[in-house]
Design a protein around this ligand. Structure first.
Ligand SMILES: [Zn+2]
Length: 307
């Protein structure tokens, strides 16, 4: 069985964002039950060894809140985290690695472009390469990440290029940069034993025909739910950037994720990486009702999905 635990569901900044009082953050400042950490998943096929999909700035708090990731009883030093798979080099995907620096062996899997970014930043040298090998991901070539003791994990991972853009801190021009291979990876996770399959796209700027065919008939999909509408940040006075400029399809509208992914016979559909400006966070909002009516869910930290 393929198990996936949501460690956090919010986009960069989390909910609430430290310096924000938009309509949704304002609710979360007054109601702690609405708060959410930044997007990350943990996947396992045996329930004992887990692979993190991205390492968010909230990773330490997420591990504290997730019993599946606690050190095993009876071990002096242990972690169920066998590896980390990075889908991009954004701050909200990589900075949690700095909280994993206590000499624990695990493997770090990322596209060579992201590995280059990490190599260029000496802070990440706190991860001793003798204990934390950095392994390049080749899109289109499925691999089975090994456990730290060298045994096969039973989890098959295939990365694929998702329509997206480079990490924003690497942007140099005011206009949208040209996307390049490896900037944004989607992942297809398969349990080798059962064949159960899940897809993960934390950022996705468009639904290409190839991508639609890949997602068709999936058991479980985690998909970019950053914005409700493309001009959400502009309307809210929060930014001058549209969703497309930031590399994200919106949830709503004729060209949004709900419309485009509605006919692909996907059994379980979950929005992930939901920005704090997005009204779907509010349980009583019409936007939340629309998402749920279309068969999607908005997950919370700690929620476990199985396929
Ligand atoms: Zn906000």
């Amino acid at each position: 069985m393929l198990k996936i635990v949501v460690l956090g569901a919010a986009a960069g900044g989390g909910l609430p964002q430290w310096n924000c009082r938009c309509a949704v953050c304002a609710e979360a400042w007054s109601d702690p039950a609405l708060r959410e950490t930044q997007a990350s998943l943990a996947a396992s096929v045996d329930g004992r060894s887990w692979f993190l999909i991205n390492a968010s700035p909230d990773l330490r708090a997420q591990i504290l809140a997730t019993p599946q990731l606690h050190p095993r009883e009876g071990s002096l030093r242990h972690s169920p985290v066998a590896g980390v798979i990075l889908t991009n080099g954004e701050i909200d995907a990589v900075t949690g690695l700095l909280s994993m620096r206590e000499g624990q062996p695990f493997a770090l899997h990322a596209h060579p472009r992201v590995l280059e970014t990490l190599a260029a930043n000496s802070l990440f040298n706190v991860l001793d390469p003798a204990k934390v090998p950095r392994l390049p991901i080749s899109p289109g070539e499925p691999f089975e990440p090994l456990l730290p003791d060298g045994r096969p994990s039973g989890l098959l991972v295939e990365a694929f290029d998702a329509p997206g853009k480079p990490a924003w801190y690497l942007e140099t021009a005011a206009e949208a940069p040209k996307p390049a291979a490896g900037d944004t990876l989607g992942l297809t996770l398969t349990d080798r034993a059962s064949g159960a399959r899940a897809h993960v796209l934390l950022a996705c700027a468009a639904l290409t025909p190839d991508l639609a065919e890949r997602l068709r008939g999936a058991d479980l999909l985690f998909f970019d739910g950053t914005l409700w509408r493309d001009d959400e940040m502009i309307l809210g006075g929060l930014s001058q950037k549209t969703g497309r400029r930031m590399g994200h399809l919106s949830i709503s509208g004729p060209e949004g994720a709900m419309a485009l992914l509605g006919d692909l016979e996907i059994r379980r559909k979950v929005f992930l990486h939901v920005n704090n400006s997005n009204p779907v966070w509010l349980p009583a909002s019409p936007e939340r009702a629309a998402v749920e009516a279309a068969g999607w869910s908005i997950p919370r930290q700690g929620e476990e999905f199985a396929a």
